[in-house]
Design a protein around this ligand. Structure first.
Ligand code: MN
Length: 297
């Protein structure tokens, strides 16, 4: 059974302990198994408090973040690559200390719109850093998810096929592909086919609709997506990610282009997303049973 999660920005963009207490409490109350901690500022995370609060509410954690231009491990600049490696290792240490099982996001390059394609050397440098960080993460039982995002947020991993090739080059069992419906809807020829082709390399999954608002209120065909997840027997986390100008602030609203208020009430949004996801998963599992239930007597 997949663990269901919710991104912390459904609740708050704040990083205070009061914000964390509220976000974790609402995650538990809404019935989720885990919260994805958006680690915008690693130094701001009170690891002991977060760990205790997660344990008190019996909620698991994953963590996500992206590197910036000064920490771009896909650049050709040694200083930036070293800084990026350090940032990733700091992220793994924070994840370990809060008890996170997965670290995902744009860990292989900068989270920004590039104005140049990647270089072969840059990709090779990125693979080397991710392999090193992946080995460190494995010591704490942490899986890394290389998130495939649209062309305005990375110049390296825009399709699932690119991410499969990337993680094959890294060649570690705990470094896997992280797919996100919102991004796939922009870049893939066929979202469900991309999931099936990723297969055993899929390690983390983000749900989100075409406009990143209420799940099911956009143009994405979730029936095909969940049937594909069932077909590949995906057992990892399924985390709902949504952004509204109601909650998200800078710098994320600028990078992601969150200009519209897609929802006011994160509670209503999250409770609906969980129910919708469970219904889609159940329907997909039953669809997979159709052949077995079609035998002539
Ligand atoms: Mn995502």
């Amino acid at each position: 059974m997949n663990k269901l999660g919710v991104h912390s920005f459904i609740w708050t963009a704040g990083a205070s302990n009061a914000d964390a207490e509220r976000a974790i409490g609402l995650t538990a109350e809404a019935g989720f198994d885990l919260m994805e901690v958006a680690a915008m500022d690693l130094a701001a995370i009170d690891v002991a408090f977060i760990r205790q609060t997660l344990e008190r509410h019996r909620i698991g954690a994953t963590m996500s973040f992206g590197l910036d231009a000064d920490h771009d491990v896909s650049s050709n600049d040694d200083a930036r690559i070293d800084a990026g490696r350090q940032r990733l290792l700091e992220g793994i240490a924070v994840a370990r200390d809060i008890g996170a099982t997965h670290v995902c996001g744009i860990l292989y390059g900068a989270f920004r719109k590039y104005d140049q394609p990647p270089t072969a050397e840059g990709i090779a440098r990125s693979v080397e850093v991710v392999r090193h960080v992946g080995e460190v993460a494995a010591q704490s039982g942490i899986t890394l998810g290389m998130e495939v995002v649209n062309r305005y947020e990375s110049n390296i991993l825009n399709t699932a096929a690119q991410a499969v090739e990337f993680v094959k080059r890294v060649d570690l069992p705990n470094v896997l592909v992280h797919l996100d419906c919102y991004h796939m809807n922009i870049e893939e020829a066929d979202v469900a086919e991309a999931i099936r082709a990723t297969g055993k390399y899929l390690g983390y999954f983000h749900t989100g609709d075409s406009h990143r608002g209420y799940l099911g209120s956009g143009s994405i065909n979730f029936s095909r997506i969940f049937r594909a997840l069932v077909a590949i027997d995906y057992q990892g986390p399924v985390t709902f990610e949504s952004f509204s100008s109601r909650v998200v602030g800078q710098p994320l609203e600028g990078i992601l282009g969150i200009w519209r208020n897609l929802w006011e009430d994160g509670w209503d949004l999250a409770v609906h997303a969980r129910a919708y996801t469970l219904a889609q998963m159940k329907a997909a599992q039953e669809a997979a049973n159709t052949v077995a239930r079609s035998r002539l007597s």
